[in-house]
Design a protein. Structure first.
Length: 337
């Protein structure tokens, strides 16, 4: 049996490797990684079962394996509770630091809805219901499970797209996406993006920085001008900086920056905040821009809140296909039930 599980692991590994090498800017990168690790776990399970007699003679190895197994089980069981508490606490932190704005309530709202779904919803499902209410319960349940699974795969894909073995990519252009300025000064969030771009510029000697960002409300100058000035203050030669001054969104950042690239098959790096990289890469793919993404760090409490917002942004881009998938799944579930 372990031979079959090993073959399945090899197949899933090859699929994952092909996606990552060809173009990882897709949800399939996370899905393929998940199934690869699942097949690996099954393979290891059969290996341990096959050689259990040998393992029985080695108490130290058995103890380690039992400890890891218990740790894994406890982690899986405790994961929902840890997730709820983490999002709730970080939600309070972001409200304290950033203020009571609707966009800052996402972490806390997510933790409350998740706790209601895990605790209250099963109780509702056990109550006596009619045909319509049963159908509604099934539809809501499968929709919630689908969206939570989708969010997990989105997060996993986002993490995979942040992993790079080297900074030197022989890049031609490094596009730093704007995020707003105050008057003429860059914010700490934007400064982190620019610093990351400068770091990559020093590792790619032939690259040019494209500072991307137009002028928005409350800004005295275009973002890109402030970004360029900041980079020059950090020691960057102004001849290695190009400013894009028309964009007011991520989509426009990419579209107008693309117009400034005059080299065919250019090697491009996109720099933005870590939680924003994956969605930026998806938008770049939709515009036919071949690139990789590097992320700038930000505060943890802000990252969790922003990750939910980025996932909502992803759903806005792809809601039709997922609505169809939910419709098919829930229809089949209702029929079977």
């Amino acid at each position: 049996m372990w031979q079959i599980s090993f073959i399945l692991f090899l197949i899933t590994f090859c699929i994952f490797a092909r996606i990552m090498l060809c173009d990882p800017r897709t949800l399939w990168s996370g899905v393929s990684f998940f199934w690869m690790m699942t097949c690996l776990a099954i393979f290891l399970f059969f290996i341990l079962s096959e050689y259990s007699e040998w393992l029985a003679a080695h108490d130290a190895i058995i103890r380690i394996l039992v400890f890891l197994f218990i740790l894994a089980v406890v982690s899986v069981i405790a994961f929902p509770a840890v997730l709820i508490v983490t999002f709730f606490i970080e939600g309070i932190k972001i409200i304290r630091h950033e203020g009571m704005k609707p966009s800052n309530l996402l972490s806390m709202l997510f933790s409350i809805l998740l706790s209601v779904y895990l605790v209250v919803w099963p109780v509702i499902g056990s109550l006596e219901k009619g045909k319509f209410s049963t159908m509604l319960y099934v539809i809501v349940s499968f929709s919630a499970i689908y969206v939570l699974s989708l969010m997990a795969m989105y997060s996993l894909s986002a993490i995979l797209n942040l992993i790079h073995l080297k900074k030197k990519r022989n890049a031609d252009y490094i596009i730093v996406l704007g995020s707003g300025i105050i008057g003429t000064k860059v914010t700490p969030l934007l400064a982190a993006r620019i610093n990351r771009g400068i770091e990559l510029l020093r590792c790619n000697q032939n690259a040019v920085l494209i500072m991307s960002g137009g002028q928005g409300p409350g800004e005295d100058i275009p973002e890109s001008e402030a970004m360029a000035a900041y980079a020059v203050d950090q020691g960057v030669d102004d001849k290695r900086i190009i400013t894009e001054q028309k964009s007011v969104s991520t989509e426009e950042n990419l579209m107008f920056s693309k117009e400034l690239i005059d080299k065919e098959n250019a090697k491009i790096i996109i720099v933005t905040t870590a939680y924003h990289v994956f969605r930026a890469l998806i938008l770049a793919k939709q515009q036919g821009i071949k690139c990789v993404g590097f992320g700038a760090k930000t505060k943890w409490y802000f990252t969790l809140n922003a990750l939910i917002r980025e996932f909502v942004g992803y759903l806005q881009l792809t809601w039709k296909r997922h609505a169809i998938a939910i419709g098919i799944i829930t229809s089949v579930a209702v029929v079977i039930r």
